[in-house]
Design a protein around this ligand. Structure first.
Ligand SMILES: [Zn+2]
Length: 324
């Protein structure tokens, strides 16, 4: 009989590995990914199809065959639940497991930690996204885990070491909590550096970086505030101070007044159909006045940030053409 169960094992192992890769590459602190049992229905049905073909080859439709199939179906779903509910073990490229798991083991065999592409904050990589291999050359230990079973539910907290393949500097260790089939990123030994595009003016880069950092923590209003500050401070920096003083005499300068003066500082012929900072400023004010940190606010933030990028990128291109 073909080893159908090992097929299920390898499908589950691959799914755990891909969930982990998705968690480390795309999620921020305290965000999660979840595996659902239903995802394995296709594999289970495929395996059952194999059983069926084998059983009914001899005596199609015999009562014995039907009973055997029923037993196997039950056994297979038990097997799936057992593998999903067992403690999981991982190994790294630099610390492979000493050997094959013992025959008859009731656990899921150790799963290789996937390689991931994440930001590296070293001096050399400066927050750029780099390939990271699991483990760390010279590290004596593999993956460490803290396992607890309570009231039928399972919790494991893993520390996963990684090494940047570009700079090979200090290890990056992730702390991941598993609650049954849910994986949550609960720690990162290095702060995920944000790479700020070169075209963002030097003086405003800190606001840009902070906007991205807080947006990743789902603080959409703070993110909008940082971007609006970036625009405002850029206005103050670029507009001649005599003009600022002139409007200050009438009271505190308003965003639209500053935006108008700023537009006059743009190089002649700067295309008017490029995203303007005035529009971005107004859109950000709208997000702030709405006062909600929801999906709509996050979506708006992404769009406005892209517009700000386009504006400064176009400005850089335009200035470099004029300089020639
Ligand atoms: Zn690096």
């Amino acid at each position: 009989m073909p080893n159908f169960a090992s097929n299920l094992e390898s499908v589950i192992s691959q799914r755990v590995s891909s969930a982990l890769q998705q968690l480390l590459e795309t999620k921020h602190l305290y965000q999660s990914v979840e595996i659902v049992e239903k995802e394995f229905d296709e594999t289970v049905n495929h395996i059952l199809g194999g059983y069926k073909r084998e059983l009914f080859r001899g005596e199609p439709g015999s009562q014995d065959s039907a009973a055997i199939l029923k037993r196997r179906t039950e056994k297979l779903s038990q097997e799936r639940d057992r593998l999903l509910c067992s403690d999981w073990f991982f190994y790294t490229e630099s610390n492979p497991p000493p050997g094959a798991p013992p025959i008859g083991s009731v656990e899921l065999p150790p799963i290789p930690l996937p390689s991931v592409r994440v930001s590296c904050g070293s001096k050399q990589c400066k927050g750029s996204i780099q390939p990271h291999n699991s483990g760390f050359i010279g590290w004596r230990y593999g993956v460490l885990s803290f396992d607890v079973q309570q009231n039928g539910s399972l919790m494991q907290v893993f520390s996963f070491p990684y090494q940047c393949q570009n700079c090979k500097e200090e290890p990056l260790v992730f702390l991941v909590k598993r609650e049954n089939l849910k994986l949550t990123l609960v720690g990162r030994s290095q702060f995920p550096e944000v790479s700020v595009p070169d075209f963002i003016p030097k003086e405003q880069r800190k606001f840009y970086r902070n906007a991205v950092v807080v947006s990743q923590a789902n603080f959409g209003l703070a993110a909008a505030m940082y971007l609006r500050t970036l625009i405002e401070q850029h206005f103050y920096q670029v507009i001649p101070s005599s003009e600022i003083e002139a409007i200050k005499k009438r009271g505190s300068p308003r965003g639209d007044e500053l935006a108008e003066l700023y537009a006059k500082t743009l190089p002649k012929g700067f295309p008017s159909d490029f995203p303007s900072l005035r529009k971005a400023y107004d859109d950000l004010s709208e997000v702030l006045h709405r006062g909600k940190e929801d999906d709509e606010a996050s979506k708006k933030f992404v769009g406005i940030k892209a517009d700000i990028d386009k504006h400064f990128d176009a400005l850089r291109v335009f200035n470099s053409i004029l300089a020639k």
